[in-house]
Design a protein around this ligand. Structure first.
Ligand code: BMA
Length: 332
């Protein structure tokens, strides 16, 4: 059995795998857990991130408003399923040039030592990676943007690697980028980022067409005895637009730009009405995972159709087994 290296957290949301399914990931039976009108002025609440906090959980939520302004909001939950989201967006402290707000979306939250770091797609003359930290989810300190525009999906690793902070990201363009590969970068101080390494890219041809247009990192990578387990999104361009599905890969623990395994099949894709219909149809977009090291359980939080938030379950063994069963030939 493979093990998750991390906290024992028997309180994470969980449902057993339904007997009738052979899929490696199964949905929470009462999805979606967060509806589009979760706060008075929200048009949609999706692509959001949660972490264990205190006796329960805290999160940073993407809420697009009824004027369709994109911003990120703090929220709290006792059980990880029922959430109270603040009605006003997070206000950041920091350098006046850096805290200027154009738009903020698709947050991730990563605990490193005793700080909770938030990374998100931050408008600064185009999309780039915003970074901030909090210790209490009340006061938020914004740091320098990690990269020059254009970039999306900045995902920190939950500990330093070879003495440096580490991040996955996906360089992009100003629009609905028709390309996208995952890169790795390191920083000694969370301000200066370098040592950029290519991790993995799209798959040409029909070997794994669901990830043929662009891919991007999803939740914070999960440390396991076999390597970093990465859940990511993959996109195909169809005659009816982009379709977003989830896949998984296993990265080397010390050199995470080295891919040890990757799934040829997607692990979850739009099937349910709330995933297929909404402001942007056919989108399942994972941004967070809670884990329990004792059991290997994983609870994935994902945006559905850019409108609501869903919850799905798997285990480290399910994902590793699925990658072995349906392997993608690794490049280079
Ligand atoms: C991406 C991001 C995500 C969104 C997805 C599908 O480019 O904007 O926030 O979920 O498109 O619309």
């Amino acid at each position: 059995m493979s093990t998750i290296i991390g906290e024992n957290l028997s309180t994470i949301p969980w449902e057993e795998k339904p007997a009738a399914t052979s899929a490696p990931v199964w949905r929470y039976s009462a999805n979606p857990i967060i509806h589009r009108d979760a706060i008075p002025n929200s048009n949609s609440v999706f692509n959001s991130a949660v972490v264990p906090f205190g006796k329960g959980f805290a999160g940073v939520f993407r809420c697009d408003s009824k004027s369709v302004s994109m911003d990120i909001f703090a929220g709290f939950s006792e059980d990880g399923v029922n959430w109270t989201i603040q009605h006003e967006p997070i206000v950041f402290q920091g350098d006046e040039e850096v805290i200027k707000r154009e738009y903020r979306y698709d947050p991730r939250v990563c605990k490193i030592d005793d700080r909770y770091y938030i990374s998100w797609c931050n408008g600064y003359h185009g999309p780039t990676i915003g970074l901030a930290y909090t210790t209490d989810f009340q006061t938020f300190h914004q740091l320098e943007n990690a990269f020059l525009p254009y970039n999306r999906n900045g995902v920190l690793f939950p500990r330093k690697i070879n003495g440096h902070y580490a991040m996955l990201s996906r360089p992009s363009d100003t629009g609905h980028t028709p390309f996208g590969d995952i890169f790795y970068s390191e920083s000694p101080d969370l301000t200066f980022w370098g040592k950029h390494r290519y991790v993995m890219g799209t798959v040409n041809g029909d070997a794994s067409a669901w990830q043929s247009k662009k891919i991007g990192p999803g939740p914070i990578p999960i440390e396991t005895s076999e390597g970093w387990l990465l859940i990511y999104h993959g996109v195909i361009n169809t005659c009816n637009g982009f379709v977003y599905r989830m896949g998984c890969a296993l990265l080397d623990l010390d050199q995470p730009w080295k891919v040890k395994a990757r799934s040829r099949n997607y692990i979850l894709g739009p099937e349910m009405v709330y995933e297929c219909m909404g402001d942007v149809p056919n989108v399942t977009f994972p941004c967070a995972a809670l884990t329990d090291s004792a059991t290997g359980r994983i609870a994935i939080y994902y945006g559905c159709a850019d409108t609501v938030t869903g919850l799905a379950f798997t285990t480290v063994d399910e994902l590793l087994k699925y990658m072995r069963e349906f392997p993608l030939e690794i490049e280079g």
